[in-house]
Design a protein around this ligand. Structure first.
Ligand code: FMN
Length: 161
C-alpha cells in the first residue's frame, strides 16, 4: 500500500474541570472525524512520552489556572513533549479561558511556544469560556490547518504496510 493511502493516527488529549474545554474538544472531535477515521481521545494521565510517537497528530486542549498557568494534570503532558524527540509530530493547541484574567488563555500560550519549538505546530484556538455555535466554524478552520500540515509524506512509514 502506498503512503497516499495511509490513515493518520490522531490523538486529542485534554483536561477540563467545569466542562468548557471538554465541550470544545467534543466539537473538534466531530470536525476531525469528518476527515479521519483513527481519532482517539485521551486524558492527560493516559498520555505518556512513549505514546507521542504513536501519533501523526496530537491536538492538545487545556484550560488556564492560577495566573495564566497550565493546570497540574496538563503540566505532565507539557513535560512529555518537552522531553520527547517529536519534531515530526504535527500538533495544535486549543483551550478555553476567561478574559477577565490578566493572561487570557495563558496555558494555551505556554503550550503554543513549547510546541512551536518541539513539534510541527499547525494551529492555535482560544475560546472565551463556553464554546458557542459560531465557534464551530473556528473549529473547522483549526482542523483544516492541521490537515494542510499533514502532507502524505509526513505520515509515518510504519502505517504503509
Ligand atoms: C482560580 C481560577 C483561575 C483562573 N485563571 C485564569 C487565567 O489566568 N486566565 C484565563 O484565561 N482563565 C482563567 N481562568 C478561567 C478558566 O480557565 C475558564 O473558566 C475555563 O473555561 C475553564 O475550563 P474548563 O471548563 O474546561 O475547566 C481561571 C479560573 C479559575 C477558577
Amino acid at each position: 500500500m502506498g503512503l497516499m493511502n495511509c490513515k493518520p493516527a490522531i490523538a486529542i488529549v485534554y483536561s477540563s474541570v467545569t466542562g468548557n474545554t471538554a465541550e470544545l474538544a467534543g466539537m473538534l472531535l466531530e470536525c476531525a472525524q469528518k476527515r479521519w477515521t483513527d481519532v482517539r481521545v485521551l486524558g492527560p494521565r493516559e498520555f505518556c512520552q512513549e505514546k507521542i510517537g504513536d501519533f501523526d497528530v496530537v491536538l492538545v486542549g487545556t484550560y488556564t489556572w492560577g495566573s495564566g498557568e497550565i493546570p497540574h494534570d496538563m503540566q505532565r503532558v507539557y513535560r512529555h513533549f518537552e522531553n520527547a524527540d517529536c519534531k515530526s509530530v504535527v500538533t495544535a493547541v486549543f483551550g478555553t479561558g476567561d478574559s477577565f484574567f490578566a493572561e487570557y488563555c495563558g496555558a494555551v500560550n505556554r503550550f503554543r511556544d513549547m510546541l512551536f519549538d518541539q513539534t510541527q505546530l499547525a494551529a492555535v484556538l482560544k475560546v472565551e469560556l463556553s464554546p458557542q455555535e459560531h465557534d464551530l466554524a473556528r473549529c473547522e478552520k483549526f482542523v483544516e490547518a492541521v490537515a494542510r500540515r499533514l502532507v502524505p509524506d509526513g505520515i509515518k512509514q510504519r502505517k504503509a504496510t
